[in-house]
Design a protein around this ligand. Structure first.
Ligand code: GLY
Length: 571
């Protein structure tokens, strides 16, 4: 993966010229449709729906449902997510917030013991770790409000695959191995996701009859088929029996929210990304506002890397301090994303020396992996688009399945700060803004993003826990430099999240010389190790589509770090 950031020259359009450039592109439709997802069967399902007369929003529902079937370690009916939608006909853009909500019986210190220490694993394994899922409500909403096909049609591929089975792949086996002990702890889970209580062999046909029935219940009754009636009763009974705190009212009252995306501008490129309860859009906006104070093209490779690291450090620090569910806390969005604030922040950046994170302002410590969650990107023939990042949080979520329902409950409660200053599974720390409250949504890093400029558009996103936002930043800079979809996803990655004070990087992100120069400035560099042993690893699983309007060409790419598939086709 030799494709270091090049930041080819950018045309610094004035707002006036930008307006006319965008106007010239209005009404133009893409020559082809495109889909990029983390699993070939999900990509196929999306294609099937587009070919059957559905639009990008129908395909998004189908892909969401299929990913839940074939990547149960990453997403599913028991999880949540953000679906960023663009409707071409009226240039309407919205973020559907289907993030999980804390049950009403949740409380601030629910994961602390008598001494006030975090109880290890309590917010990760088992039903106490689960927020009220948002995926079923989001799918029903998107299909009803934005789609053209009936839910029965959109969910048909997922039902077929759940009932008929899918062949277990190497990725499934690796992730199941990592969570084996917890999967074995819950018999209803082991029965579905293991074989003879062990990781299923390669090619094993994994059938999910109960999941097919649950999907059919949603087809019959829409949102109510999940959140009310027999299924809801079954969920609440089993969760309570196993130590959880869900109630029937929690399910009945679950609501998705349509939110205005966070928008920012970087040298003629618009970034449209996730609003709170995601931290993604705000952190991205803050980082590009800081970067705008410099001319990246004029900097040496080491200077550019140093600057981007310093910018990440500052944005992730603010994430820890200020961000949370904006329905509950006052998130200073305008200030954090303003040029004036960025100018203040960059005053502390020295080009010859790394700023120690402890020198910024206290909030935290360590770090973790993040191969869970999933992302997909869709462009249809009319120019409608979807960027969606969906999750059950940690691999296989809480590993808890309610008998008879077929899906894993999330462990998204771990994304709250269980105790201010103490790191979660991703090493992220938080403050009061992200403390647990009944009905609140935990802060997320999921950042489905659209990029729009004079050249065209890009649809991007990735899983990867705390590293999602830094991956999307690097991808956005690469697109701004003129890249196609392949070049956007294969870019080697590096990451800094304020605490721990280290630069994580993929093996080929820096040349030896750049690594030395960064170390000389005081950066502590840590090569990303493979989570499976055997050397240096990679992280993320980006799914990207680029529609280059100048070339009248659509490109799509699924990250070579994963097993996904991208297609560009005549719809
Ligand atoms: N569960 C990962 C995230 O929302 O950031």
């Amino acid at each position: 993966m030799k494709n270091r950031i090049s930041f080819i020259s950018l045309s610094c359009l004035s707002p006036f010229l930008l307006f006319f450039a965008l106007l010239a592109n209005a009404g133009v439709t893409p020559p082809q449709a495109a889909i990029a997802t983390a699993h070939p069967l999900a990509t196929e399902a999306g294609q099937e729906i587009l070919r059957a007369g559905g639009n990008a929003f129908d395909a998004a529902v189908a892909v969401t449902a299929v990913l839940g079937v074939v990547e149960p370690y990453g997403s599913g009916l028991g999880g949540g997510g953000f679906w960023l939608l663009h409707r071409e006909a009226d240039n309407f853009q919205v973020m559907v917030d289907g993030r999980e909500k804390a049950p009403m019986a949740a409380y601030r210190d629910m994961y602390l013991d008598d001494k006030g220490d975090v109880i290890s694993g309590a917010s990760i394994n088992g039903p106490l770790a689960a927020g009220i899922p948002g995926v079923p409500a989001a799918m029903a909403h998107i299909a009803r409000k934005y789609g053209r096909l009936p839910l029965a049609k959109n969910l048909a591929p997922a039902i077929r695959l759940a009932r008929g089975g899918f062949a277990v792949d190497e990725q499934y086996r690796r992730y199941a191995e990592m969570r084996l002990k917890t999967l074995q702890r819950f018999p209803a889970t082991a029965k579905i996701f293991l074989y003879n209580n062990a990781v299923p062999p390669l090619g094993y046909l994994l059938k999910q009859e109960d999941l097919a029935n649950t999907l059919e219940s949603i087809v019959r009754s829409g949102k109510a088929g999940f959140y009310q009636g027999a299924l809801a009763n079954r969920l609440v009974d089993a969760v309570k029996k196993a130590g959880g705190i869900w109630s029937l009212d929690d399910l009945k009252n679950y609501n998705i929210v349509e939110r205005e995306p966070v928008r920012t501008e970087y040298r003629g490129m618009q970034l449209i990304s996730a609003a709170p309860p995601s931290s993604g859009g705000i952190a991205l906006a803050s980082m590009v506002q800081m970067l705008k104070q410099y001319d990246l093209e004029k900097l040496s490779t080491a200077d550019r890397a140093h600057l981007i690291i310093e910018v990440m450090r500052r944005a992730y620090r603010d994430r820890a301090e200020y961000l949370g569910d904006s329905d509950f806390v006052d998130v200073p969005v305008a200030r954090l994303t303003s040029t004036a604030y960025a100018r203040e922040l960059v005053k502390g950046i020295r080009m010859d020396e790394a700023t120690p994170s402890t020198g910024l302002k206290p909030v935290g410590r360590p770090s973790g992996a993040g191969s869970d969650t999933t992302h997909f990107s869709i462009l249809d023939k009319e120019g409608n688009r979807v960027a969606a990042t969906v999750s059950v949080n940690y691999l296989f979520g809480s590993c808890f399945v309610v008998p008879g329902t077929g899906f894993l409950l999330n462990d998204e409660m771990d994304d709250f700060s269980a105790k201010p200053g103490v790191a979660n599974a991703y090493g992220l720390i938080g403050a009061e803004a992200n403390a647990i409250e009944p009905g609140k949504r935990p802060l997320s890093s999921m950042s489905p993003t659209f990029l729009e400029d004079n050249r065209g558009i890009a649809i991007i996103g990735t899983p990867g826990g705390s590293r999602i936002i830094s991956m999307v930043l690097l991808a956005a800079l690469q697109y701004a430099a003129g890249a196609d979809a392949q070049s956007v996803v294969q870019l080697p990655r590096f990451h800094h999240q304020y605490m721990p004070d280290i630069v994580m990087f993929e093996n080929d992100a820096f040349s030896e010389k750049t690594e030395q120069e960064l170390a000389l400035r005081g950066h502590v560099l840590k090569k990303q190790m493979s989570p499976y042993g055997g050397g240096f690893g990679h992280y993320g699983n980006m799914q990207a589509i680029v529609w280059d309007k100048h070339k009248n060409k659509v490109t799509a790419a699924s990250d070579m770090r994963g097993i996904g598939a991208a297609v560009v086709f005549k719809q």
